[in-house]
Ligand binder design. Structure first.
Ligand SMILES: Cc1cc2nc3c(=O)[nH]c(=O)nc-3n(C[C@H](O)[C@H](O)[C@H](O)COP(=O)(O)O)c2cc1C
Length: 319
């Protein structure tokens, strides 16, 4: 068993955090929690009632609490207040660390985490009272906060803070998980790899594109910036090309929890199973870890492959 400051703090059995992504379904969160990892939901486009229901269902199915992530630009503090009493971790991304938000998480009994992209932001998160941070390298899929690769960033951040650090970005194999833990991270955060979990809600055409792609097929861009400008993100290069050559203002229609919304060309929403339209021209987020996406697998198998493989490697290096 890999025991770290993260497993001690969160009560998880393995030092793996499911990245909060809008395509995290109840089934994916449940599978990751059952496998011993920290399940996370995205607070984007989700009502407080929906998130509370998800958290309660994961807790009743697994006996473990899940967490929720909020993007500062789209944050509603009432939703933070509603989820904090039921969440293991309340986490924030893409905004300066804010003591008031950390206190809201603590007031409900949750741990507070900030997903950061630099040493300065990490130190500010610790000063704001966070219990842990996720440090994101530019290899990450999705929106990217900083401008440094994961390992140089870990080196800087681990020297700057005393709270546990989750390594985020480009980690998709047992080898890279072992490397992050050996470097001093207390856990790894896995996004792209879980997009191809059997239980994920990612659109099948998106998953197929991930399976075909290599790390060099991803690009850091600001292409999908409608309603969220000045926020670089890593996607498959193919979707940038497809969006640029698409003619028309709308690429399709998305749906979450029964409510539908139009998806304009160059808009950030990820296609889920209910999305219709030109999927190839929507934001197909992918990290350098896409290299490790070879097939659709049960989430529990991904957790086992990473955690048991990392443990074997760390043991072998130590002897
Ligand atoms: C489809 C997708 C959506 C994401 N949405 C969020 C989000 O809402 N909040 C957040 O903090 N990070 C988000 N991320 C970034 C992840 O938290 C994490 O940094 C990244 O997935 C790690 O790199 P990896 O994809 O190589 O595993 C997203 C990533 C992906 C792939």
């Amino acid at each position: 068993m890999l025991r770290t400051a993260f497993t001690g703090l969160t009560g998880c059995r393995v030092p793996i955090q499911l990245a909060p992504m809008p395509v995290v379904s109840l089934e994916l969160a449940t599978a990751v929690a059952e496998a011993g990892g920290l399940a996370m939901f995205s607070g984007l486009r989700s009502s407080a009632a929906y998130l509370v229901d998800m958290l309660d269902k994961v807790a009743s199915r697994t006996g473990a609490r899940a967490g929720v992530n909020f993007i500062i630009r789209f944050l509603d503090t009432e939703t933070v207040k509603a989820v904090a009493p039921r969440a293991s971790v309340v986490e924030f991304f893409y905004g300066d660390p804010d003591r008031m938000l950390v206190e809201l998480a603590h007031a409900g009994g949750a741990l507070a985490c900030w997903h950061v992209g630099s040493r300065e932001e990490a130190a500010a998160a610790e000063r704001a009272g966070c219990d842990l941070i996720a440090a994101q390298g530019i290899e990450a899929g999705g929106h990217v906060r900083g401008s440094v690769g994961l390992f140089p960033l870990l080196g800087e951040v681990l020297d700057a803070v005393r709270i546990p650090v989750i390594a985020s970005g480009g980690v998709g194999t047992a080898r890279s998980m072992a490397a992050a833990l050996a470097a001093g991270a207390a856990a790894v955060r896995i996004g792209t790899r879980f997009l191809a979990a059997r239980e994920a809600d990612a659109h099948p055409a998106y998953v197929e594109a991930l399976i075909r792609a290599r790390a060099e097929d991803t690009i850091l861009t600001e292409t999908f910036s409608v309603n969220w400008p000045d926020a670089p993100h890593r996607v498959l290069r193919s979707c940038v090309d497809a969006a640029k050559s698409f003619s028309g203002a709308m690429v399709g229609e998305g749906a979450i929890g029964g409510s539908k919304y139009p998806v304009p060309r160059f808009a950030p929403p990820t296609p889920n199973r209910a999305t219709v339209g030109e999927i190839s021209a929507m934001a197909l987020y992918a990290g350098h870890s896409v290299d490790a996406v070879r097939r659709v697998q049960p989430a529990a198998e991904i957790v086992r492959e990473l955690s048991e493989g990392a443990e074997r490697l760390l043991r072998a290096w130590a002897t």
